[in-house]
Design a binder for this molecule. Structure first.
Ligand code: PNS
Length: 161
């Protein structure tokens, strides 16, 4: 069985992430969406809340699991016996950052391969950060994130800002 791990901050999951999850789940036997800590980003949702939101959104996808970890990605990969990392690429600007991470992960564990999927063109402008910014300033986030989680984002922003 070929398992791929799709890691990220997912703070929160967007329709761009969901598109990558759906496409990856058509290619691999099993996809684990892995919520990880990015020490360079301050979170809106806790890691556990992000997992709960993603689980809600992917509940009908039989070969998609959602987990979180506070360890190195390559160490987590060993615990689930996986060696493929899935990453989405939106634009040239993503490339340098993703290239660096792919090489670092491969250096940490040469058995690990990163497979890049190009974003669907309709989501190429979309990021969790821009969704949060639109929501904070009262804009409409419909169509940017799954409908099931819009209320949670708006409530969290009301509490925090
Ligand atoms: O969605 P993001 O914030 O671009 O995802 C980055 C993430 C969380 C995948 C990255 O920060 C990560 O892998 N964190 C776990 C720690 C780790 O393994 N770092 C090594 C790669 S530099």
């Amino acid at each position: 069985m070929k398992t791929a791990v799709y890691p990220g901050s997912f703070d929160p999951i967007t329709n761009g992430h969901l598109d990558i999850i759906e496409r990856a789940s058509n290619v691999f036997d099993e996809v684990i969406v892995l919520v990880l800590v990015n020490p360079n980003k301050q979170g809106l949702f806790s890691i556990e809340e992000r997992v709960e939101l993603i689980k809600r959104v992917v509940k009908d996808k039989k070969n998609v699991k959602v987990q979180c970890s506070s360890e190195l990605l390559v160490n987590f990969m060993k615990t689930v016996n996986a060696n493929i990392i899935i990453k989405g690429l939106r634009a040239v600007s993503d490339f340098e950052y993703e290239f660096q991470m792919a090489l670092m992960n491969n250096k940490l564990d040469p058995n690990v391969e990163t497979v890049f999927m190009m974003t669907n063109a309709q989501y190429s402008f979309l990021s969790s950060s821009s969704v949060k910014q639109v929501a904070i300033f009262g804009g409409c986030i419909q169509g940017l994130v799954p409908d099931e989680i819009i209320w949670d984002i708006m409530e969290k922003i009301k509490q925090k800002y």
